[in-house]
Design a protein around this ligand. Structure first.
Ligand code: KMH
Ligand code: ZN
Length: 280
């Protein structure tokens, strides 16, 4: 069985810096986090950018996005994935412009869902536009599947537009969002059983306290892992996460125990079929 791709999602768009000061939101904090997570076993960083001049709110500012990709590429070998989900308040048009920053990879959510008390909007025409533009720009999408209907929508997308750039199809099964599939082993098994045959690798995310059982189940089923403060702020009962690297270290240990040690960034690049954009 192959090793384990560990994705770290260090920031997200939902948590306020004022509530969680250890959340990495500045460029310096993000780079330091990426370096420590790489050393702990991460192969990919899933990035949401914040505007540190304006209360650390989520932003899709093109200059900040480009600077962030460049800084992470210079400081680490991690696969750099930009979120095209942004925050629930970002307009669809702005979310498409994320590709202008030329990341290695971009997230692509395969359907609309309730997201807590909000709605995370992903109509099929938007998914199609994003997918085709990613193909044209040679950016590898990671399909974010929050529900079983999203698995079916991925099949529709692949039928209509063919394979992504690089020929690999990597999905992340996101469980435990209020409005999506629950963070249970049963939901994970159902989603994995429905994956289209084109899927070459999958990872799983459990939101909040689901992150550990979902990680353990994913490892046992041959899947890869995503952890990070975007998804979970509690390391153990009564003990907040102090740094994203703690979460990476813990699942890297679990993966190693399961005889599926963390993939190095170059192995992650091969797994996902990303284009070589580093100048070193
Ligand atoms: N922040 C959520 C609304 C993604 O990064 O593509 C969407 C999200 C998914 O986090
Ligand atoms: Zn995200």
């Amino acid at each position: 069985m192959p090793g384990t791709l560990i994705t770290v999602a260090p920031t997200g768009a939902e948590t306020a810096k004022a509530d969680v000061p250890q959340l990495p939101t500045t460029l310096e904090e993000l780079v330091e986090t990426a370096q420590r997570c790489e050393a702990a076993g991460a192969g990919l960083v899933h990035v949401h950018v914040r505007d540190s001049d304006a209360g650390h709110v989520p932003t899709l500012d093109p200059v900040r996005l480009r600077d962030t990709v460049q800084a992470l590429r210079e400081a680490t070998d991690l696969v750099v994935q930009l979120s095209t989900g942004g925050s629930v308040h970002d307009p669809l048009e702005a979310r498409l412009t994320v590709l202008d920053a030329e990341p290695d990879s971009c997230s692509l959510t395969c359907g609309t869902l309730n997201f807590g008390d909000d709605v995370f909007l992903n109509p099929f025409p938007f998914m199609s536009d994003l997918y085709v533009q990613a193909q044209e720009r040679e950016v590898v999408p990671e399909f974010e599947l929050f529900d079983l209907g999203h698995v079916a929508a991925l099949r529709r997308l692949l039928d209509r537009h063919g394979l992504p750039y690089g020929g690999k199809v990597h999905v992340d099964l996101v469980t435990g969002v209020p409005g999506g599939m629950p963070g249970t082993v049963e939901a994970l098994v159902a989603a994995v059983q429905m994956l289209p045959p084109e899927v070459t690798s999958w990872s799983a995310t459990g939101i909040g306290r689901a992150h550990l059982p979902v990680a353990a189940a994913a490892l046992a089923m041959g899947g890869h892992l995503r952890v990070g403060m975007e998804d979970n702020l509690v390391y153990a009962r009564g003990r907040p996460v102090q740094h994203n690297a703690e979460l990476v270290e813990r699942v890297a240990g679990l993966a190693t125990t399961m005889q599926r040690p963390p993939l190095r960034p170059d192995e992650a690049r091969e797994l996902l079929g990303v284009k070589e954009r580093r100048s070193r």
